[in-house]
Design a protein around this ligand. Structure first.
Ligand SMILES: [Zn+2]
Length: 317
């Protein structure tokens, strides 16, 4: 039995799989990061133990996705930007291993989702792949010759922080004009809300009942599909920026496959087609029409599947 855990800002998701890759039990609970690292880690351990008890099994190993920078070799967190106290130097792997009674391996959440997609998703048939996680932030992962590229800090693959606009908006990372400022869920949603409040998106107003809190990429896609040209334009602008980011990766690495995951990917074909077109328009030095662009096969479970893959590999990438 192998366990995969995806620690997110609001939810902790966990699944247990048998050695043949069948999910045997799964569940998710609220993170409640305000309670601090000790309480959150204890809750993860309890969740894994409860799921193990449900199937009368014991995990051989656990893989955990962490939303931030980690010390991969020592199994510690370095910096979790969106968690209170930022979890500097918390020995998550050791504490969990003691509680659960088996080895525990950590990996950045976007890299873990990439590993999940590589082992259990669209990546099964390719040797090189780039994955964008398009959510509150924009993360990613790179696979070259079948191997996840981590770099010395496990930080390689921060695809959301490539500069797209030289003097663009300030980004959460401290730089300016990053892809994340242009194509993240909040970036796209902000423009939808602006259009709705300016009276330029009556369809979106209907769908969201005029409530800004109910506007998101999926609702905007719905309005665009219903013929709302302003919202469609907003989506296509974000998709174009994402396409520029993807084209940069194609020029640098010429991967076989580009995968789009996270909530923004719910926009669907409108996003995929625009990214594909942008790649073809921008990569002119070699034919790029063989580069596939797909929506993640595993969706929001890519992280949990990645944890299972990491556990199965004994922490070796
Ligand atoms: Zn940035």
């Amino acid at each position: 039995m192998y366990a995969g855990v995806d620690l997110g800002g609001t939810t902790i998701a966990c699944a247990l799989a048998s050695a043949d890759g069948q999910i045997r039990s799964e569940s998710s609970i609220p993170t409640r990061s305000n309670e601090g690292p000790q309480a959150v880690i204890a809750r993860i351990a309890l969740l894994v133990k409860e799921l193990s008890a449900q199937v009368a099994g014991t995990p051989t190993a656990v893989g955990v996705g962490i939303p931030g920078l980690i010390d991969f070799d020592r199994g510690r967190t370095r910096f979790l930007p969106n968690f209170p106290t930022q979890w500097r130097g918390v020995p998550v792997a050791d504490v969990l291993a003691r509680e659960i009674g088996c080895p525990v391996h950590l990996l950045n959440d976007a890299r873990l989702a990439t590993l999940g997609e590589l082992v259990f998703g669209h990546g099964r048939s390719v040797h090189s792949m780039v994955l964008f996680t398009l959510g509150t932030g924009v993360g990613g992962g790179i696979v070259i010759d079948g191997k996840l590229r981590l770099g010395p800090l496990g930080a390689a693959g921060e695809l959301g922080h490539q500069t797209i606009v030289a003097d663009g908006l300030v980004c959460g990372c401290g730089s300016r004009g990053c892809l994340e400022t242009l194509a993240s869920g909040p970036a796209i949603t902000a423009e939808g809300v602006r259009l709705m409040k300016s009276g330029l998106a009556p369809r979106l107003f209907e769908i969201a009942h005029g409530d800004a809190a109910r506007v998101g990429p999926a609702e905007m896609a719905q309005a665009a599909a219903a013929g709302e040209s302003t919202v469609r334009e907003a989506i296509l602008r974000a998709a174009r920026y994402l396409g520029i980011g993807a084209a940069n990766l194609v020029s640098a690495l010429h991967p076989e496959l580009i995968v789009l995951g996270g909530g923004v990917a719910a926009i669907g074909d409108m996003l995929i087609d625009a990214v594909r077109a942008e790649i073809l328009g921008r990569v002119r030095m070699f034919p790029a029409d063989d580069v596939r662009v797909e929506r993640s096969l595993l969706g929001d479970r890519a992280g949990v599947w990645g944890g299972i893959a990491l556990a199965m590999r004994g922490g070796a990438i």
